[in-house]
Design a protein around this ligand. Structure first.
Ligand SMILES: Cc1ncc(COP(=O)(O)O)c(C=O)c1O
Length: 378
């Protein structure tokens, strides 16, 4: 279990920030890395060609350790929608096939598939949340030989309902479907092992559970897709680009592995050091320990919710770090702002209040939330 880490963050004592699923607070060390990076940009004569590659590769190596993958299978991307576009560009889909998504899935992992279905004559198969909470079984019933792609999260972004991606990955391989995972609401807070799940594409932004900056993200690409087509033909991704003097000796060959898929200006000198600093700390804490620590927090939150007669997803189907408090009806629109007036920060998604604690949260934060809820919902 990780002892409380609030000291590493700049959270005021009277702020109960239970909203990491919205966006994470930066650690002081990551903020300091960002300040150093800004200062360096003010002195560009110190920037060498090596910096361009070191910045990218350091992040590639660190993120690869989070998902237990070789570093060369990781590309740097600016957003989840970019990673989903990469997957859509490379995975074939034929008329009559299915692209499987979850009901109320995050739009960045839906809109591209809706367009792809429209363009190809495929169908989008949306799997509804079953009343018993076992979304995995419902998915396994739908993923069949007509499935081209299952585009899924590890847990639902609104209430943390878990998907068993090991079982789903096995089914996808059995029927010849590709598995595209949006890990934004799980990577960093739940263990993910590439060898066990075998995703084709695994996509995430850095600014939530990876505790990193906005507009910075990662995409694991399975070796079988690494000869594919990037979204942009950018100069850094071509073989030999380390030699800045010979960039106009144009080449048809790419840098090895997933590097051909890096977005333009992936060596973001301001954001990359911030992301790397956060990844280093996550790795030092260790992801299973983070998950176990956050599980104790969400278990306590579930108990307090149940004392108020508020339901949550049943434990075997609930993620360790993110919990939806299911109200009988949609809460008043101004609930988040009224909670904020009391220093409590959560999100409302549909009729669920999404509570997303991290290692900086204390029991006092949860008490503060429920004291406020008792008052505002009565
Ligand atoms: C599940 C999930 N995926 C993706 C995103 C972000 O998508 P994008 O990077 O395309 O803005 C979010 C939240 O912002 C999210 O909750």
């Amino acid at each position: 279990m990780i002892p409380n880490q609030r000291d590493r963050f700049s959270l005021p004592a009277d702020v109960a920030y239970l909203n990491c699923a919205y966006t994470a607070p930066l650690m002081k060390s990551a903020e300091a890395a960002g300040r150093r990076a800004l200062a360096q940009k003010a002195a560009p004569w110190q920037l060498t060609a090596d910096h361009f590659f070191e910045t990218i590769h350091e992040n590639r190596r660190l993120f690869a350790r989070i998902i237990e993958s070789p570093a060369e299978h990781v590309a740097l991307i600016p957003s989840v929608s970019y990673g989903v576009a990469l997957a859509a560009r490379n995975i074939p889909v034929a008329a009559g096939q299915k692209i499987v998504v979850l009901q109320d899935q995050f739009p960045s992992n839906v809109y591209t598939w809706r367009r792809r279905a429209l363009d190809t004559g495929a169908a989008l198969a949306t799997v509804a949340q079953p009343p018993d909470g076992d979304w995995t079984s419902a998915l396994l019933d739908v993923i069949d030989r007509d499935t081209a792609i299952a585009a899924l999260p590890h847990c639902h972004w609104t209430d943390g309902t878990l998907i068993d991606l090991v079982a789903v990955g096995a089914r996808c391989r059995e029927v010849g479907a590709a598995l595209v995972v949006d890990g934004t609401q799980s990577l960093g807070a739940m263990p993910f092992t590439v060898a066990d799940i075998q995703p084709d594409f695994l996509i995430t932004t850095a600014h939530k559970w990876l505790l990193g900056p906005y507009s910075f993200g990662f995409c694991y690409i399975a070796p079988r897709w690494q000869e594919g087509t990037p979204l942009e033909e950018n100069w850094l991704n071509r073989e030999g680009s380390e030699d800045f003097a010979r960039l106009v000796d144009y080449r048809d060959t790419y840098q090895p592995g997933a590097q051909r898929f890096d977005c333009g200006e992936a060596s973001n000198f301001i954001l990359a050091p911030v992301a790397a600093e956060a990844l280093r700390q996550l790795l030092a804490w260790e992801i299973p320990a983070i998950a176990a620590t956050l599980q104790t927090k969400t278990d306590a939150i579930a108990e307090m919710a149940s004392e108020m007669g508020i339901g949550t997803a049943p434990p075997p189907f609930r993620a360790p770090h993110l919990i939806g408090l299911r109200l009988a009806e949609a809460p008043p629109k101004d609930l988040p702002s009224r909670l904020a007036e009391e220093g409590v920060y959560v999100s409302v998604r549909g009729s669920a209040i999404r509570v997303a604690p991290h290692v900086y949260n204390t029991a006092a934060d949860s008490d503060r939330l429920f004291r406020a809820l008792r008052r505002l919902l009565s």
